[in-house]
Design a protein around this ligand. Structure first.
Ligand code: FDA
Length: 569
């Protein structure tokens, strides 16, 4: 029956999946289905409210994945949030729109992903977005941009919230951070991110609602007769043609929907866009992965790729907060993005030497943790590249979000490029059973001390005028818990008991050459398959200094063109 046969079947109607669905269904003669576990959240106020960050957490639209005990981080589990809705995680996220440092995207090509570099991605950052040029009030409050960096008519509306923080705030923050050696960055979205910036959000300013992937890429197009979202439907695994030759050929996806178990057939391709904590799991359930993992659950191996589910990279988020000396209204979008030199000052070369001397140990430990699935040499190459980005290219080392709201002035910060690497693997052949998720937070001392070091920098900023005049008592961690001039171990123990996931997991189906540990190639096709791709945060081989959606929208736009090219030109 027609309702179960399509040309393209996309698993996951989230941030990335809806881009692909939209762009492929521009071709009138192809049919596209999107299998989505969640439902419409168009009328969900926890989603649409611009100031509602956090309200959707723990509700039915939050997967709230649980990690394993984090043994390097004091033992407890962490919750990794992700959206279960048409629109995916873009419906519950913090809406910050910042891209990446140019050198980070160029690194994708340097490691062998031909065609993926800043210059080739930049047109897609623009294609995916539409800048809502700030009003004169917003400009007074600090909104700033270079028009050339931005899209004019793309689907995702980016801009500043209707109500921004009062105009006296930015000059005071700027003066404070200038004293710490951090310049003002008028627009961090041109590939050069270091500085204090007032970044845009994914927000529809006129309608005053969050502009998520569904509002951008799906709802305005929902009447396309060749585009179907099959919601409230859970994908279990890919179904393969039985007479596969050297490459595995997907014919569809097994799903559990409102009417029970069924199959949605794909005559051309299956595209996995279920997010970085799901797509690699679906690969394993479908027989693509490490034979050591699959054999435990009697799953026949279709393609042996030992790194499926490895290379899990996330950041850790902590925050300092203060009593405010005023009442602040509006939604702040201030971020400080200092480089390693700006954080460590005179000590930066000592820190760099220490890290450099540890890279081989890190690589050995990561390979060992994966039981050899990740080759030591590949891990080492990745770490050397990361070292170069941090200490030579001087990409931002941390993001510090400054939040003057109401009567308090809080902050959130996260070191941007931790060295820890974890994994996600199935624990059953039954797709309804949760996988084992282990980000290995603070696997290396360096990652913990980075957190402590950035926390000290944040406190220093709050102690520097004029910012120091705006705040009163420190509420977290507080001088009792972490006294002035506290030693590093005291900061570290506070970090361990207060951090959370930064909700930026990437890398579990990395785009890399196969002999370097890749799961997908530069066309995002899974190695050893004829017609299965992964397009979502799983394919990012390395963590980024920007928030993820900007780059995911751009990657999915570029992927859409790659897919179209295969079928129409
Ligand atoms: P995404 O999660 O969007 O989509 C996956 C979809 O697949 C979901 O809709 C899911 O329901 C569906 N799915 C999963 N398994 C399925 C199955 N078996 N069957 C059917 N459907 C299935 N980024 C940013 O740019 N700015 C920010 O401010 C923030 N802040 C932030 C806060 C919080 C709380 C979170 C959790 C995340 C952020 N992020 C962020 C990160 C960013 O939102 C995130 O990385 C992307 O939205 C992920 O997009 P993907 O396309 O990878 O997956």
């Amino acid at each position: 029956d027609d309702s179960s046969h399509y040309d393209f079947v996309i698993v996951g109607g989230g941030t990335s999946g809806l881009v692909i669905a939209n762009r492929l269904s521009e071709l009138r003669d192809v049919t596209v289905a999107v299998i989505e576990a969640g439902d419409s959240v168009l009328n969900n106020h926890n989603v649409s409210t611009v100031t509602g960050y956090g309200r959707a957490f723990g509700t039915e639209i939050d997967w709230a994945y649980q990690t394993e005990d984090q043994t390097y981080a004091g033992g407890g589990k962490q919750t990794m949030r992700a959206g279960k809705a048409i629109g995916g995680t873009s419906t519950i996220n913090g809406m910050s729109y910042t891209r990446a440092q140019k050198a980070q995207i160029d690194a994708w090509e340097h490691v062998g992903n031909k065609g993926w570099n800043w210059d080739s991605l930049f047109p897609y950052y623009k294609k995916s977005t539409r800048l809502q040029v700030p009003t004169s009030d917003q400009i007074d409050q600090g909104a700033d941009y270079y028009i050339d960096y931005h899209g004019k008519d793309g689907p995702v509306k980016i801009g500043w919230p209707r109500a921004m923080t009062n105009s006296t705030m930015l000059p005071q923050l700027d003066e404070t951070f200038q004293r710490l050696g951090l310049p003002f960055n008028r627009d961090a979205n041109g590939g050069s991110m270091v500085g204090l910036t007032v970044h845009p959000n994914t927000v529809d300013r006129e309608a005053n609602v969050r502009h998520d992937a569904a509002r951008a890429y799906y709802w305005p197009y929902e009447n396309r007769s060749n585009l179907k979202i099959i919601s409230n439907t859970y994908a279990n695994k890919v179904i393969w043609a039985s007479n596969a030759g050297s490459e595995a050929v997907a014919i569809g996806v097994e799903v559990t929907g409102v009417d029970g178990i069924g199959t949605i057939y794909a005559s051309k391709e299956v595209i996995l866009s279920a997010g970085s904590l799901k797509s690699s799991v679906l690969l394993e359930l479908s027989g693509i992965g490490n034979p050591d993992v699959l054999s435990k659950y009697d799953i026949p191996v279709r393609v042996n790729i030992s790194t499926v589910g490895e290379n899990l990279q996330d950041q850790t988020n902590s925050g300092l907060s203060y009593e405010g000396n005023a009442l602040w209204l509006g939604s702040p979008t201030f971020s400080a993005l200092p480089s390693a030199s700006q954080i460590f000052g005179d000590n930066v070369s000592d820190v760099a030497s220490l890290v450099n001397a540890s890279l081989a140990d890190y690589a050995r430990a990561v390979s060992k943790y994966s039981n050899g699935a990740v080759q030591e040499v590949n891990a080492l190459n990745a770490f050397q590249l990361q070292y170069d980005l941090i200490f030579k290219s001087q990409v931002p080392y941390a993001e510090i979000v400054l939040l003057p709201i109401g009567h308090s002035f809080s902050s959130e910060y996260w070191p941007l490029l931790p060295f820890s690497r974890g994994s996600i693997h199935i624990q059953s052949a039954d797709s309804s059973q949760p996988p084992s998720i282990n980000p290995n937070y603070f696997m290396f001392d360096q990652d913990l001390s980075a957190n402590a070091e950035v926390a000290r920098y944040v406190r220093k900023a709050f102690h520097t005028a004029p910012l120091s005049n705006l705040v009163g008592e420190e509420l977290a961690p507080g001088q009792e818990r972490v006294p002035e001039n506290a030693s590093e171990p005291i900061w570290e123990s506070w970090v361990k008991s207060n951090y959370r996931s930064n909700f930026h997991p990437v890398g579990t189906a990395s785009m890399l050459p196969r002999d370097k540990g890749g799961v997908v190639g530069n066309d995002l096709r899974v190695y050893g398959t004829k017609n299965v791709r992964v397009v979502d945060a799983s394919i990012l081989p390395f963590q980024l200094c920007g928030h993820l959606t900007s780059t995911l929208y751009a990657v999915a736009e570029r992927a859409s063109d790659l897919i179209k090219r295969r079928y129409i030109f």
